[in-house]
Design a protein. Structure first.
Length: 219
């Protein structure tokens, strides 16, 4: 699924998603950009995929792999902006549109966030932009539970997203060998999948002719 989102992406069809929260800091004295940065820094250990980037396989022989970014810098992913007056919905929509239009840099972990000040009423906008390859509808709910607290006395995330272990960077030779093997075994796999698809179709048609419900496939 990750590879599908990456392969589908283009300048006219970016594959990232964006979340927007309007915050009222009036009941949180001292809340500012640095406070948010420190908060994200404390929560990142619970989000290993947010510290990983793509490593391409030489010659495109296989799907890209995820590797831990040894040069990860939080400040590359956290930005600060201010709306022009009067700081209404139009001004916010313009900023959101600009952020949404830009593709994420594939040489970095595929996410970024924005702390936007200058909203009417002293409010603050928090914008989180993530690639579909690292967050989907299910893990997105878990992401919110990691980043947000339900009580003022922040005690840590409610859930911890699953960690697949360390993902070290591979040498080009290792990836080339893996890609060559994958390319050599792909045709037999396709034949196997095609045969299974045909058998399933025949079974379904035969059941429909008898008005019997087809067997439920395994998920």
């Amino acid at each position: 699924m990750d590879a599908m989102f990456l392969s589908m992406e283009g300048t006219e069809w970016p594959q990232h998603t964006l979340g927007l929260m309007i915050l009222d800091p009036s009941d949180a004295p001292g809340f500012d950009f640095e406070h948010l940065r420190d908060h994200l820094d404390r929560r990142l250990p619970y989000l290993p995929s947010f510290r990983r980037r793509i490593q391409e396989v030489p010659l495109g022989l296989d799907r890209p792999v995820w590797v831990d970014d040894p040069a990860f810098k939080l400040d590359y992913h956290i930005h600060r902006a201010a709306l022009p007056a009067p700081g209404g919905e139009k001004e916010l929509a313009d900023v959101v549109g600009e952020i949404l239009a830009r593709q994420l840099n594939r040489n970095q972990p595929l996410w970024e966030s924005w702390f936007v000040e200058g909203l009417e009423g002293g409010h603050i906008a928090f914008i989180a932009k993530t690639h579909h390859s690292i967050v989907d509808g299910v893990s997105g709910a878990g992401l919110s539970s990691v980043l947000c607290d339900v009580t003022p006395d922040a005690r840590g995330p409610l859930v911890e997203l699953p960690d697949e272990g360390e993902q070290p960077r591979h040498s080009s030779l290792e990836l080339f060998a893996k890609g060559t093997l994958s390319a050599a075994t792909t045709p037999p796999k396709l034949v196997q999948y095609l045969g299974q698809t045909v058998r399933n179709a025949v079974t379904t048609i035969s059941h429909l002719r008898r008005d019997d419900p087809p067997p439920r496939p395994m998920s």
